[in-house]
Design a protein around this ligand. Structure first.
Ligand SMILES: Nc1ncnc2c1ncn2[C@@H]1O[C@H](COP(=O)(O)OP(=O)(O)OP(=O)(O)O)[C@@H](O)[C@H]1O
Length: 357
């Protein structure tokens, strides 16, 4: 039997994208089919290079085509093109496919640490990533990324710093260390707007935005002006932090911004003998996610190497990617990317996107 392109597509239409629950063909993910006798090759175009299930998709696609009579060899290439959420950010002069806010109900829970490690983990998969440190009250991202200056401006536009494959902009580059920052609402708003419009970000797959902590007017107006694809909420496991995180969640709900999920930071401390100590309680982040009907993205252990990485300018996903905390950040980055591509694909294909009720 001569194998045709239609045969190959029919076989692949039995393979489901595990997160979108639709088949690879109707999702338009199959490209470049080539047939040479019994040797078949094609490309599966993933919706993000950070796809956590890429190996599984590749195997299932290969098996499905191998089952066709007459096939002797199947070569499945993987390619990726980050899908855009379809929001128009042209008015801000931005070419950004997805803009993700990292937020917390209160300070000190590790929001900047999550933003930095998330941005680097996404960049490591090959995506084009920007990180905007919008935490104007405590812009500590440059320290965490180990860089203290911007490159010279390009004409009218400021150029972001580039470090660990991430383009970075922060008010921290523009003020002297130790100088107090006092912002009134409108100033803050225009400063952030300038960071979007007056910075040459180039084309980005993901722009991660480290928001100031809290849920006041400043946060609200910022979140409103950013045309966000979604928000990641960072919390500690204990009840007080959860109440604050829940307020953060409500804020995005009011703004109709999808919640990509909750991250529980400093979940436990692992002692040298392997015992785990729940310093701040246990399981709160997961409970909050369940109660609010949003995804739980995972826990990050309390780890001295995370703090050292932040203080020393070498984040843990760079220095110790195989440690428990390094792996946790990489896993969370994959989930965030998957959540974004599900939201974008469902939105672009006219299906209903799940918003927080
Ligand atoms: N999982 C962790 N294990 C150990 N230390 C951590 C962890 N996460 C964050 N830290 C440390 O806790 C401190 C606060 O973290 P970070 O600055 O990220 O919090 P934040 O929520 O952004 O705070 P702020 O609201 O002040 O900007 C930092 O010193 C950081 O290195």
């Amino acid at each position: 039997m001569t194998i045709t392109k239609e045969n190959v597509l029919a076989a692949l239409s039995t393979v489901q994208e595990p997160e979108l629950h639709r088949d690879l063909v109707s999702l338009n993910m199959i490209k470049d089919i080539s047939i040479d006798g019994g040797n078949i090759s094609f490309t599966v175009e993933l919706t993000t290079p950070a796809c956590p299930l890429r190996g599984r998709i590749q195997n299932e696609a290969k098996d499905a085509v191998m089952r066709l009579p007459g096939v002797v060899n199947v070569n499945v290439k993987l390619d990726s093109r980050v899908v855009s959420d379809g929001r128009d950010r042209g008015v801000l002069g931005l070419s950004v496919k997805n803009a993700v806010a990292v937020a917390s109900g209160k300070g000190g829970v590790g929001k900047s640490t999550v933003s930095v490690n998330l941005a680097i983990a996404l960049a490591k998969t090959g995506a084009r990533v920007g990180l905007l440190d919008a935490d104007i009250y405590g812009p500590n991202v440059p320290t965490m990324m180990g860089i203290d200056h911007l490159p010279p401006a390009l004409g009218e536009k400021m150029l972001p710093a580039e470090v660990y494959g991430v383009k970075l902009m922060s008010i921290g580059f523009l003020v002297k260390p130790g100088q107090p920052l006092i912002w009134r609402g409108p100033m803050l708003h225009s400063a952030i707007r300038q960071f979007l419009t007056d910075v040459e970000w180039g084309d980005l797959d993901y722009l991660i935005i480290d928001l100031p902590p809290g849920t006041g007017d400043a946060q609200l107006s910022l979140a409103q002006s950013l045309a966000l694809s979604g928000a990641v909420i960072v919390t500690l496991p204990q009840a007080v932090s959860l109440e604050d995180a829940s307020r953060g969640l409500q804020m995005f709900k009011v703004l109709n911004v999808p919640i990509l999920g909750v991250v529980e930071n400093m979940s436990y401390l692992e002692l040298p003998d392997g015992t785990r100590v729940d310093v701040f309680g246990n399981g709160g982040g997961e409970t909050l996610a369940k109660e609010s009907d949003v995804p739980f993205l995972g826990t990050i252990p309390m780890d001295p190497d995370v703090r050292k990485g932040g203080d020393g300018g070498t984040p843990v996903v760079v220095s110790l990617p195989d440690s428990a905390s390094g792996k946790a950040f990489i896993d969370i980055a994959g989930k965030v990317a998957a959540s974004l591509s599900i939201a974008a694909k469902t939105e672009n294909s006219g299906l209903t996107i799940k918003m927080v009720e």
